[in-house]
Design a protein around this ligand. Structure first.
Ligand code: AHM
Ligand code: MG
Length: 338
């Protein structure tokens, strides 16, 4: 079979490094390590459907070994791989209560925050899941890094992205110079450039939101949803609903086709007044991608996600993210201006 001589993700990363003469290659090294972890996770996720048939699900597998849940597996894979990469000083994971130090002697100048397997409640039904990552430069002088190294604004991210495990495995990332997407060719184990310089369409008719929360939303949010449902041909309403319930998959679709995703604050759970999604592992990295692709990401009262200074590792934040015009429109309703 003839394969096109495509641009690999490593080549693209090296090319962009060359444009910065002061670059040391450490960021490129970090991303390469992360890509290896993603390939390992991708292989495991692809086997998930066979788990029942092969007797791999449940507590033990056919060899009597303990089988880890895929989110635990993904978390451990990334931590093990990165702890001795030499490129980061500290990590924060959605799955861990506290920061995760790297091995002594391997401290590097970056930090890594990640959601190892976003949407993992969907694995059993074969819906796309993904790994989301966010990279900052360290700010402390401590050898192994401290909380404040990861508690930085999204605006300070050096790079961010995700790997979505779906019908194909796709990596989308930005290091501040546009957003690029790469598709894994499993037969050669390489990511090839498939979506160069992604731009999110400014307008779209797609809306992604969990309407089951309608009764818990603010009046402004409900009025916005009434507007979305109205019949008005010139403005393309009613918009079409598309909600997967896996943020990385909902965001990926909206990035390519245009659209808006909302997880506003609601009164459903007094423990989670700010909605469900996490600033460090979900909102902040996706906000960088949205802005770099020409879109927007704000809270439901209009604050730019990238300007929020995190105060705790697992801070939640109301998220409105997507095509610029669609976010502008939602913002006007959510602020009560329309
Ligand atoms: P997770 O990180 O535990 O997987 O939870 C986050 C997920 C997102 O992927 C998704 O957008 C959201 O939860 C869906 O929540 P809900 O089921 O309330 O609609
Ligand atoms: Mg998540």
């Amino acid at each position: 079979m003839n394969r096109p001589l495509g641009i690999t993700v490593s080549r693209q990363i090296m090319d962009s490094q060359r444009m910065h003469p002061q670059a040391t290659g450490e960021l490129s090294g970090l991303l390469s390590e992360l890509i290896v972890a993603a390939k390992i996770i991708s292989a495991e996720v692809n086997m998930a459907g066979l788990a029942d048939i092969l007797g791999l699900s449940g507590k033990t597998n056919i060899q009597g070994e303990e089988v880890q849940k895929l989110d635990e597996f993904s978390n451990k894979t990334i931590i093990k791989r990165m702890a001795r990469s030499g490129y980061i000083c500290v990590m924060a994971s959605e799955e861990n209560d506290d920061i995760i130090p790297v091995m002594e002697g391997y401290e590097g100048k970056y930090t890594l925050a990640f959601d190892p397997l976003d949407g993992s409640s969907n694995i059993d039904v074969n819906v796309n899941v993904g790994t989301i990552f966010s990279i900052h430069r360290r700010v402390s002088q401590w050898r192994q890094g401290i909380d404040s190294d990861v508690l930085q604004r999204g605006r300070e991210q050096v790079a961010a992205g995700y790997i979505i495990y779906g019908s194909s495995t796709i990596m989308v990332y930005s290091s501040g110079e546009g957003v690029h997407g790469f598709t894994l060719d499993p037969s050669v184990g390489e990511f090839f450039l498939s979506h160069p310089d992604i731009k999110m369409p400014e307008k779209s008719k797609y809306i992604s939101v969990n309407e089951g929360n309608h009764g818990y939303w603010s009046d402004n949010m409900r009025r916005y949803m009434d507007y979305i449902r109205e019949d008005d041909k010139p403005s393309g309403r009613p918009y079409s609903a598309r909600y997967i319930g896996s943020l990385v998959a909902d965001f990926h679709r909206n990035l390519i086709t245009g659209g808006i995703f909302l997880y506003p604050r609601d009164s459903k759970d007094p423990e989670k007044p700010e909605g469900k999604l996490r600033l460090l592992y979900e909102a902040s990295p996706l906000a960088l991608l949205a802005e770099q692709a020409g879109g927007r990401a704000i809270t439901d009262d209009g604050e730019n996600i990238l300007d929020i200074t995190p105060t705790s590792l697992h801070q939640r934040v109301p998220l409105v993210i997507g095509s610029k015009n669609a976010v502008d429109e939602a913002e006007a309703f959510l602020k009560g201006e329309r």
